[in-house]
Design a protein around this ligand. Structure first.
Ligand SMILES: [Zn+2]
Length: 384
């Protein structure tokens, strides 16, 4: 299967490169904000909608007229910013996103370069991980991963804690993994992000609690600093750094979990998360977003497509928690606080593992030919 695969490399620019990047970022931000203002005005006053081509023409005129300094930055990056804004507006009109917002210099900065395909071999050396960009020269990328394929675009960014990254998407061919015979049901949660029908419990990302405490303290310190002061600025960077660490460790954790499920199983049963309903419950939705349950599902689905695995989605109304996975008896109620229970048939259940076993049962029973009788599903922790 041929697919787009994203790669992200960290790099450490020289002081000269840092200065040039500051110019690139600043100008890209100026172009974005100027285009947003121009567009909004044109729409509100004349009902006109402007696109990249017309804005690009205006921008060229500005470079010749009142804003000659705009030529200090790479022109191609400006066009890419205008295209990004086109996409942002398309997403807004399709109801997928909020109205595009002005960019501040305190958030992540980015510029995108289109790589000239005729010279791409000269611009990008996958072996030595050297990337040559206009006005910047060669960037030395750091990451232990080998890249396959030739990138068409490169996005260079600086996050709020001052780290620089180069991201690129390449077309790569992915070969399916050898078929397996295993099928697994997965229940997701907050204390254990992944619970499987085989009795595996993942726990939560290792550093969650420690970072949560650090973050709380750092944020408290931030709120005590005077607005606009140098000290406040520095504290903002500290807060951003903790956020970045949380995000990184969560991402690593989710990839570990999804890789494990994909490597070991041919069929993976998942419960459909009621996304809209859960988002209405604000506390729950924050917890779910924090553990990255949507991200986990996304990873499992795209990796399954890459490697030839099957994902079965179980209807969210299926009584996965209330059903005994050994005999099929449905309990009247199963309050969240009940962690272990005993069925009339004698089976002793761990709430989450039982639910995962039911996810597997409902998932495979739904598809013809694979349905199996109750009791065929193994219950490792069942004690008669
Ligand atoms: Zn039972």
């Amino acid at each position: 299967m041929v697919t787009q695969r994203a790669y992200r490399f960290r790099f450490y620019p020289t002081p000269t490169q840092q200065r040039q990047l500051a110019i690139e970022f600043g100008h890209a931000r100026f172009v974005w904000n100027w285009a947003l203002e121009t567009r909004t005005e044109a729409y509100q006053e004349h009902g006109e909608s402007l696109n990249t081509i017309r804005l690009s023409r205006k921008l060229t005129a500005m470079k010749k007229g009142e804003y000659p300094w705009l030529s200090e930055a790479t022109a191609g990056c400006h066009t890419q910013k205008l295209r990004d804004q086109d996409t942002a507006f398309r997403n807004f009109f399709a109801g997928r996103a909020r109205y595009p917002r002005f960019k501040s210099r305190h958030h992540t900065q980015s510029v995108r370069y289109q790589l000239d395909q005729r010279h791409v071999a000269k611009n990008f050396n996958a072996e030595s991980k050297l990337l040559k960009l206009p006005k910047l020269g060669a960037l030395k990328l750091k990451w232990s991963r080998k890249i396959n394929g030739i990138p068409k675009m490169v996005t260079v960014s600086k996050d709020p804690c001052g780290r620089y990254f180069a991201s690129m998407a390449c077309e790569v061919e992915i070969l399916p993994l050898p078929a397996k015979r295993n099928a697994v049901g997965v229940d997701v949660g907050i204390k254990d992000v992944v619970i499987t029908s085989e009795g595996y419990k993942s726990g939560a990302p290792k550093y969650t609690y420690r970072y949560a405490r650090q973050l709380k303290m750092a944020q408290r310190r931030l709120s005590s600093k005077k607005k606009g002061s140098q000290r406040r600025r520095r504290q903002q960077v500290r807060v951003a750094r903790i956020h970045a660490r949380i995000k990184d460790s969560r991402r690593d954790f989710l990839h570990q979990q999804s890789n494990r499920l994909i490597n070991e199983n041919q069929v993976i049963g998942l419960e459909d998360l009621n996304i809209k309903g859960m988002l209405r419950n604000r506390r729950l939705s924050k917890a779910i977003a924090d553990c990255g349950l949507y991200e986990l599902r996304r990873q499992i689905e795209y990796k399954a497509a890459w490697y030839g695995r099957d994902v079965l989605i179980v209807d969210r109304w299926a009584p996965t928690s209330k059903t005994c996975s050994a005999c099929g008896a449905v309990q009247e109620s199963m309050p969240l606080k009940v962690r272990d229970w005993v069925c009339e048939c004698g089976a002793v259940h761990d709430r989450d593992i039982n639910a995962a076993q039911n996810v597997l049962f409902f998932g495979t029973a739904g598809s013809a030919g694979t349905s199996k009788a109750r009791g065929a599903v193994k219950t490792p922790r069942a004690v008669a």
